[in-house]
Design a protein around this ligand. Sequence first.
Ligand code: 13P
Ligand code: SF4
Length: 309
Amino acid sequence: MIASTTIVDEILDLKKQRHATLLAHHYQEPEIQELADVIGDSLELARKARDFSGEVIAFCGVWFMAETAKVINPGRVVVVPDRDASCSLVESCPAEAVRAFRQSHPNHAIVSYINTSVEVKAESDILCTSRNAVKVVNSIPRDQPVMFLPDRNLGAFVKRKTGRENLEVWEGACFVHETFPARRLAEARLEHPRAEVVAHPECTEAVLAMADFVGSTSAIIEYCSSSDVREFIVMTESGVRFSLQRQSPGKRFYFVANEQCNCSECPYMKLNTLEKLRNALRDLTPRVELSPEIMARALVPLERMLALK
Ligand code: 13P
Ligand code: SF4
């Protein structure tokens, strides 16, 4: 029985009753991040999902992240506030197309970004996130050809960093990061001449060429808090403002809007709300349900990534 009346109290009560852990990605709304046990980037959240000891994971992020948590915790309940919290990268990479590539290129190592469906993960040799993609590709013998999927911008960034000519890149993209216009970034630099530019590697090469630092969401937050610089132009989803300001009080952060929505938000991430989180904890749905076979196959490339220090 829930004694309190506010939604936050309801969530906290349900969390206790369900022995639930609340994992939130940096792109979630601030009111969700405030309630989270852990806030992180996709690599940190995958690691935390592994260390977790309760019965339920309420995953406030997008569906592929929750699937990853389920693969690591097959016996636990994993819920997401909104079932439609997808990702344009996942949608750009159907499992049948990856299977067809595998058949026609049996010698390629398939390196899949964690922003893929569980079925694509099951076809992969190793996974990576934006934080460890260069390290993962460097762990593959240099003479073995690689298919990096599905993000063409992260793939091109990894190719530049590793200097690997034998790395092919899938034609997928994040529709948030890929549409940040380099022109608007150039204008922002003129407007804020003392600011450094920090960027997520899902941005285009033209944007990354102007960046002082390129990294995952958490790497950007760490870089800004440890730097002596006081102002930053941040080329990623604006949800990171929550941790940027918490960890770097007094510093200034400017975001560059894309041209479609004139914002820097991921519409999928923003589908999750406090009401939907309360309902998910109460009803234990939408729940990630996967076959044991697909989980076992997807776990192999996931464990390979997690084993890399
Ligand atoms: P991170 O790996 O930085 O968390 O990025 C995930 C993501 O979806 C970026 O758009
Ligand atoms: Fe996917 Fe882009 Fe949204 Fe990240 S920001 S979840 S990559 S659509």
